[in-house]
Design a protein around this ligand. Structure first.
Ligand code: TIU
Length: 228
């Protein structure tokens, strides 16, 4: 009998079948992690996100080695802003809003240098990159179809920011029936207290909308052959 391998997590371990799991890296873009992008334009210290880069590199390498599906997302808008709600466009200081010119091109606009994923986590051939206009990766994208077409049941989620796009995506995924696991050290926030509380909310109440694990547990679980 083949027993599934277990991923250590809170509030409890969960079965991990690499063929039915996907690593989802949310918005690890220059616009959020580098100076002069959208994150900084909103008044944030972008260096607070850098701790997640190394752990994301580790899980990316482990997922690739284990044949786990890898999907990257990018938040951004069409150059004509036709997919950007007016309420979103009005956020931030005038002159530093979505679509305004900055040192990495127009802020949060598809095709601009700032919209790219950081070089340390660059996608490779065969890894879908999902462009999304909202905070959640399921909203107005083809992500759900991609996952269903591959029989994916478990989402292993890292990226930025914990309480905004990671949280929204995990909430969306949970409501669609996916087991969603936040990889704590692969996520980061401009607000350390929001990061901690965001993770706590996911795993509270017996795992009310997901699990919390980390890069060390995941890389070890993927390196361990399934128990026979
Ligand atoms: N500002 C902030 O914390 N996040 C975002 O605007 N988008 C994402 O989280 N990707």
């Amino acid at each position: 009998m083949i027993l599934p391998r277990l991923l250590p997590a809170e509030p409890e371990p969960l079965p991990l079948d690499p063929a039915r799991a996907a690593l989802l890296l949310i918005d690890m873009q220059r616009d959020f992690l580098e100076a002069g992008g959208f994150g900084e334009a909103l008044g944030n210290d972008v260096t607070r996100l850098h701790a997640a880069i190394g752990p994301c590199q580790a899980v990316l390498a482990a997922a690739r080695a284990a044949g786990v599906m890898v999907i990257h997302t990018r938040e951004g808008h069409r150059p004509d802003l036709s997919d950007a709600p007016p309420a979103k466009l009005a956020r931030g200081a005038p002159g530093r809003r979505i679509g305004d010119p900055g040192p990495m091109g127009r802020i949060l606009i598809q095709g601009e240098p700032g919209h790219d994923i950081i070089p340390a986590l660059a996608p490779i051939a065969g890894e879908p990159v999902v462009d999304k206009p909202g905070k959640g990766a399921f909203h107005a994208t083809g992500l759900e179809a991609m996952l269903r077409n591959r029989g994916i049941e478990t989402l292993l989620v890292g990226g930025v920011t914990t309480e905004v796009c990671v949280h929204t995506t995990i909430r969306e995924g949970n409501d669609r029936g996916f087991r969603c696991v936040a990889l704590a050290d692969c996520c980061a926030s401009y607000f350390p207290e929001f990061h901690a509380l965001g993770l706590a909310m996911i795993k509270a109440q017996g795992g009310i909308f997901g699990w919390v694990s980390d890069s060390v547990a995941l890389t070890a679980a993927l390196a361990t052959p399934a128990a026979a």
